[in-house]
Design a protein around this ligand. Structure first.
Ligand code: SF4
Length: 466
């Protein structure tokens, strides 16, 4: 019998968490807007630790503002802080969008951030009308993003931010711009670039809601820019405004599908939210089918060749090196589901999957993977790295897949760790390479095979000589 065995955490204590708080996801989404600045309405640590972690993973500087709540604000409220922060950013940076992101502290003291933003918007308008120097300030989109951290995770925070942007910025538009909206989720720049490559090769116009591919993977070049630095790329306000004129929205991740549903409910833009991600053969095939449904596009030779190259590699390595090897995967629920499906396609066995997220669709999606592979999969829901560690020590596992935080398990058990997702800070280049699409799957298959060869085959082994 195939199926999943859902294992919930029995401890109240979390040891080495596999999640962080909602504001991180909201910051991630806001940085994917061209000339967008996240403003964290909380204490300085709420932004500085995120900046540190993002810089460690992407090795890029990240602009994140903070309203710097202190004791006085905890007693009297943070209206002054957020009001002066928005005005400061507006005057000094002239961004296109400010995401006013709430935190534990601002939510617990009961700050009415929606009301504060409304008042500040009126003040910006007045300043703009009264003083030539401030002209244009009223055009800046200031978006309240409610992300209290006593609920949810950074995954749900990303979803809240995308939905807030759509609710606040997107306007009714009866035109058909022939575009497809894509909500990528917390994917790396390399993945977003791969999705864009697929869309470009299919000659489909798209709006990436939102697009971190250049903000988090930017070239260093001499600049003569006088205004404060904004990274290249990102989705424009105009594109978000007109997302209502698209043919449809594909949400790659389930944790941000609310944005796609809002576009469907409010603007009749069909939403495709239920499929597994475009990782591996089946996932990418389905993604292409969805694009065909929305746009009637043809699949070009170049994409068929990419698929063929992946199949060729799978034929080379699956039976010889990978078949039957047991795999444990932890991390982002969407990426874990896609990778679990792909390792099954490679002839390996997804034995255990784990996420720190409270993503309700995770076991259901894993059920699909288990049925397709005719296997049993242990699904660790809302669990931590201690649970992963205990599991791999108590069960026979050949390959571990997850982020850099799994390195100590790898060190202790010698089980090879294939790094993916966020954060990967003890290797370079991972954020700029894809796991999605046929080319991403090929890269994943190569990484797994090379680690298996390294760990399980003697250099003089006869199978390597063939
Ligand atoms: S958990 Fe709360 S206090 Fe800590 S960083 Fe997140 S928002 Fe700030």
């Amino acid at each position: 019998m195939s199926g999943v065995n859902v294992l919930n955490r029995e401890r109240n204590l979390i040891v080495n968490p596999l999640k962080t708080c909602q504001p991180l996801g909201a910051m991630y989404a806001t940085i994917g807007v061209r000339r967008g600045i996240p403003l964290v309405h909380g204490s300085q640590g709420c932004s500085s630790f995120v900046r540190y972690h993002l810089a460690r993973h992407f090795r890029e500087p990240v602009e994140i503002a903070v309203s710097s709540l202190h004791e006085a604000a905890a007693v009297f409220g943070g209206r002054k802080n957020i009001n002066s922060s928005i005005k400061n950013i507006a005057i000094r940076y002239r961004p296109d969008l400010i995401g006013a992101i709430t935190t534990c502290s601002s939510e617990i003291i009961g700050d009415d951030v929606f009301g504060f933003v409304d008042t500040t918007n009126k003040e910006l308008k007045q300043m703009s009308e009264e003083n030539e120097e401030y002209k244009g300030l009223e055009d800046i989109k200031v978006i309240p993003i409610p992300t209290p951290s006593f609920v949810g995770t950074h995954y749900s925070g990303y979803g809240v931010a995308i939905n807030s942007m759509i609710q606040t910025v997107t306007q009714a538009n009866e035109d058909d711009n022939s575009k497809v909206n894509i909500i990528p989720g917390l994917l790396n720049p390399g993945d977003v670039k791969e999705l864009k490559h697929i869309m470009d090769t299919l000659s489909i116009s798209y709006t990436m809601l939102t697009d971190v591919s250049e903000a988090f993977d930017a070239p260093i070049r001499p600049s003569k820019q006088e205004r404060p630095f904004f990274p290249k790329g990102g989705v424009t306000i105009d594109e978000i405004t007109n997302a209502s004129a698209s043919r449809g929205t594909i949400s790659i991740c389930k944790y941000a599908k609310l944005g796609a549903e809002t576009l469907e409910k409010s603007h009749d833009v069909p939403a495709i939210t239920d499929d597994l991600p475009p990782i591996g053969i089946k996932g990418t095939d389905q993604f292409l089918r969805n694009l065909q449904t929305l746009t009637d596009c043809e699949i070009p030779e170049a994409i068929l060749d990419e698929r063929g190259l992946l199949i060729d590699l799978m034929a080379d390595v699956s039976a010889r090196y990978l078949f039957g090897r047991k795999v444990a995967i932890f991390g982002d629920p969407t990426q874990v589901t896609g990778l679990a499906r792909f390792v099954s396609e490679l002839g390996m066995e997804s034995v255990m999957v784990c996420t720190g997220a409270d993503e309700k669709s995770f076991p259901t999606d894993m059920e699909i993977v288990a049925k397709e592979a005719n296997s049993n999969i242990d699904v660790l829901m809302e669990q931590d790295l201690r649970s992963v560690e205990n599991y791999v020590k108590e069960n026979e596992i050949d390959v571990l897949m997850g982020n850099s935080d799994g390195r100590f398990i790898n060190y202790e058990t010698k089980i090879p760790l294939i790094r993916f997702g966020y954060p990967v800070y003890d290797r370079v280049g991972y954020h700029s390479q894809p796991i999605v699409g046929y080319r991403g799957a090929k890269r994943v298959a190569e990484m797994i095979t090379n680690e298996v060869l390294e760990r399980y085959y003697d250099e003089k082994h006869w199978k390597l000589q063939q």
